[in-house]
Design a protein around this ligand. Structure first.
Ligand code: PMV
Length: 332
């Protein structure tokens, strides 16, 4: 264990193209379906940990201020896994910062827990390999398992009851197919219904849930093929299908959940119009109203130019594909 020294890790958010929605077990966030994502660059969470034997509980500072108690407890429960593995009940001071808006469908929990897993692994000197870190990150947030790796990443749902086969692994390095992602922020409000609650309600009430789960295997096979062949048209088809199918599913819960606003819909129409003009771009949307447009590098300026003019778009962020979670300070 490294006592009294600050260790900092950085991780990037990821965006699923074939979506994860639904858990086969809530405890440990074991997913009901596999998913495939891209890890971004430019946007990041930077998370520091310092083990301090004098503390009686973990301290958690988030974006410069003490985090609300519920968030602090979530982090403490996550670090309990590391304490159990290390056989040492030492608490920590954790500071985490995001350089992008939190809780608006941009998966800040994914990059945050991936960074914390990597930093805690070093602080507790557990020497865990990436696959195991991915399993652990999953227990903080399902999508965090994917942010351990860079580029194109597949998360396996697995079948074992203990979730030991539910981990992510890399499919293709970011440089191998350098797509661009244009994130259109349409609202800065925190989302109304968190993903865990939304998933539970959907699984319990939607008549479409079993079809969602059983059809995911075909989507995964198709997107693997698209990525392997760097076939942008196929990537477009399967990604938009998975996104719209997930939102259709979520709408069919009772009561139904609608994460979109009017601008979200306008952006979908605008992107479909760009496609009709031959621009290689597609949309994807998570549990919030932001729209992420994924395009080939040569289409970037057309896509940014068109989308930032859509009424209601507050900000446009441009990123590429980035690396997995890593230590950035306090190494050695
Ligand atoms: O990891 P969570 O619990 O925030 O769930 C992520 C759910 C989606 O972002 C909507 C889809 C996905 O695969 O990331």
């Amino acid at each position: 264990m490294i006592i009294g020294k600050t260790i900092t890790a950085q991780a990037h958010p990821n965006i699923a193209l074939v979506k994860y929605w639904g858990k086969r077990r809530k405890e440990g966030n074991i997913p009901a379906v596999g998913s495939i994502s891209i890890t971004l660059d430019t946007l990041y969470s930077r998370t520091s940990i310092r083990l301090e034997p004098a503390l009686r509980g973990d301290r958690f500072i988030f974006n410069g201020a003490p985090a609300p108690e519920a968030q602090r407890r979530r982090v403490q429960m996550f670090l309990d896994i590391f304490r159990r593995r290390a056989g040492r009940a030492v608490f920590a001071r954790i500071e985490s910062e995001n350089n992008f808006p939190t809780a608006a469908g941009l998966a800040s929990s994914a990059s945050g827990f991936a960074a914390l897993a990597v930093a805690a692994n070093r602080a507790f000197q557990l020497h865990l390999e990436e696959r195991e870190l991915s399993r652990l990150a999953r227990q903080g947030s399902g999508s965090a398992a994917r942010s351990i790796f860079g580029g194109f990443v597949e998360m396996h749902a697995g079948t074992r009851p203990d979730g030991s086969d539910a981990f992510a692994e890399p499919l293709l390095a970011p440089e191998a197919w350098p797509l661009r992602v244009v994130i259109c922020i349409t609202s800065r409000q925190e989302k109304s219904i968190g993903s865990t609650e939304g998933m539970e309600r959907t699984a319990a009430t939607s008549p479409f849930y079993s079809a969602w789960v059983s059809s995911s295997k075909d989507d995964l096979a198709e997107i693997r093929r698209a990525i392997r062949g760097k076939n942008f048209r196929e990537l477009t088809e399967v990604s938009e299908h998975s996104c719209l199918k997930m939102h259709g599913l979520i709408l069919s819960a009772r009561p139904g959940i609608l994460y979109w606003n009017g601008t979200t819909v306008e952006l979908i129409h605008r992107i479909r119009a760009l496609q009709r003009d031959g621009v290689p771009v597609f949309f994807t949307i998570d549990a919030g109203p932001q729209v992420k447009a994924v395009c080939l590098p040569e289409a970037l300026s057309d896509v940014v130019g068109a989308l930032k003019r859509v009424d209601g778009v507050r900000e446009v962020l441009v990123t590429g594909l980035g690396q997995g979670a890593r230590i950035v300070e306090g190494d050695g």
